[in-house]
Write a protein of this length. Sequence first.
Lengths: 99, 477
Amino acid sequence: MKIDDKKIAELSHLAKLSFEGEEKEAIRKDLEKITGFCELLNEVDTTGVEPLIYLSDNVNVLREDQVKQDFTKEQALKNAPKADSDFFRVPKVINTARN
Amino acid sequence: MLYQSFDQIKSDLTASKISVEKLVNHYLSQIELKNSELNAFLEVYADEAKQQAKAIDHKIQNGEPTGSLAGLVIGLKDNLCYQGHHVSASSKILEGFESQFTATAVQRLLNEDAIVIGRLNCDEFAMGASNENSAYGNVKNAANIQYVPGGSSGGSAVAVQSDMCFAALGSDTGGSIRQPAAFCGQVGAKPTYGKISRWGLLSYASSFDQIGAITHTVTDNAMLTELMAGYDENDATSSQQEVSPYLPLQNMDRKLKIAYIGDCLNHEGMDAEIKEKTLELISDLKTKGHTLTEIDFPYLDQMVPCYYVLTTAEASSNLARYSGLTFGYRSSNSTDLESTFTLSRTEGFGPEVKRRIMLGTFVLSSNHYDAYYTKAQKVRQIIKQKTDDILKEFDFILLPTTSTPAFKIGEKSANPIAMYLADLFTVQAPLAGNPAISIPLSTHSIDNMPFGIQLIAARHDEKGMFEMAKYLEDIIQ
C-alpha cells in the first residue's frame, strides 16, 4: 500500500515515536513494502470465517475478589526514572499552550 | 563438552565424581573463555551461583533431600524476570531495570535446585531471527563466528551450544526457540499455547508467546518443560489441563501416521541439502513401517504475513507501557508529558522494534483494522482449523525447522522481508497454538553449519511430541 509522509506523521503520533530525515524515509519505504507483503492475505477467501481471537482453552477464569498486597510502594518506585519517597516525578503535564 | 545429558550429571553427583560447585566453576570458566567473542551472556551471576552450588553440595554431603534439578546450571533469556536481577529484553529502554518478582517458569526450576548462572542476549523484545537486533551487540554462532545464531533466543542457543551453561530458557513467538536451536545444533521446544505460564515473561505478542527450553537432548527438554508446565493463577491464559508426567519417555513401538508438507519441501527458497536430508529421514521412517503422507498446505505464502500483522498489532499495544514515566528509560531532553513519551520511546527503542510498533499501529488504526487485522485473524482461524484437521488424521507433522542453515552476519539485516521469511516453517505452530520441537538433523556441506528437523503435535500432546522426537533423535544419531 502507498504510504505517504502524512500517514507516517499520523502513525508516529499514535505510536509516540518520532522519525526525522533519513529515518522517516526509511520507515515510509519499509512500511510500504511490509504492507504490500501483508496484502498476500487477500488471496485467501475468508467469507463466513470467524476471526480467531483467543487461543486459550480456558472459559471464564474466575477467582475470589480478595484484598491482598503483592507489590509494595517501594517496589513500585524502585525502577522509576525519577521518584521521591512517595511519588513518581514526571515533567510538567499541563501546558499553557498546546504544541 | 563436559556433559551432554542430565542423567550423566546426576549419576556423577551421586557417585561423588563431581560436585555442583565444580560444575558451576566449569561453566564459569567456559564463559570466561568464550563469551567475549560470542556475546551470549549479558550478565553472569558468578558469586551467587557459586554460593548456591556450595549450599546444594552441603545438602548432598549431609544426605539431606535435594530438588530434582540439583546440578542443573541454566541461563535465562533476557526477557524472563528473576527477582533482584536485571532484565532488559536486550533494549536500551530497560537498561538498569531490576525484576521485582520471579517468572513462574523460572521459580518452578529454582524450587528444584536449578542454578541460574546469568542472563542471555536476545533480539530486542524478542523481535528478530538473527540476534542482530540487540542493543548490546550481535550474538555469534559458536559453530562459526561469521554466522548468526538465529533469533530471537540466540544467546540461549549459543550458551548451550558452547557449553557455557547446561541448558537455557528462551521464548518462542514465531520460532524464536526452534530456529536458533536448529542453527546452533541444539534441541528447542515450544509447548502448546498456555502450557507454561507467561507470568514474568516480558510481553511481545501475548496470543503467541510461549516459554520453552533449549537443551542438548530431547529427554532433558522434556524434563524441563514438564517442570515448568501447568496452571498458574497469575496467568489466566495458562492451561488448566493437568500435566501428566512426560518422563520416562516411552519407546515408539507403534506404527505412526506422519504428514509432511510438500509445499514446504518444494518451496523456492528451500535449500537442496536440507530437502535431501529431510527426504532421507522420511524414507527411513517408511522403511521402519510408518506411514508418511505428503499433504498440501496451501497457506504457506500467507503464514508469515498473518503472523506479522497479528504480532505487530499485539506488540504495539504491549509496548505502550514503555512510556518513560514509571519505569525504564526517560529521555533527559523531556520537557513535558508529550516529549517524555515521544523522546523516551524514540531514543530507547531500536529500529526493528520501532518498525513493528509502526506496522502494528497501522494495522490497528480505524481505516485499516478490517482489511489487515481482522483479515489476519480470519486467516489465522483457517490455518488453525487446517492444522487441526491434519492432526486429526495424522499423529504428527514433520517439516524442516528452517529452509536454509544459518546465514552470515549482515546478510539479511538490510531487508526486513527476507529476514521475516526466516520464520517461514516455524510460524505455523504458534499461529495454531500447537506444540513443536526442533532437533538437530545434520550439518551443511557449506561450513558445516547445523540444521534441524521439526515436529508439530496436537495441542497438549507434549508427551507424544517428546517421545516421537526422542525416537527421531535415536534414528538420526
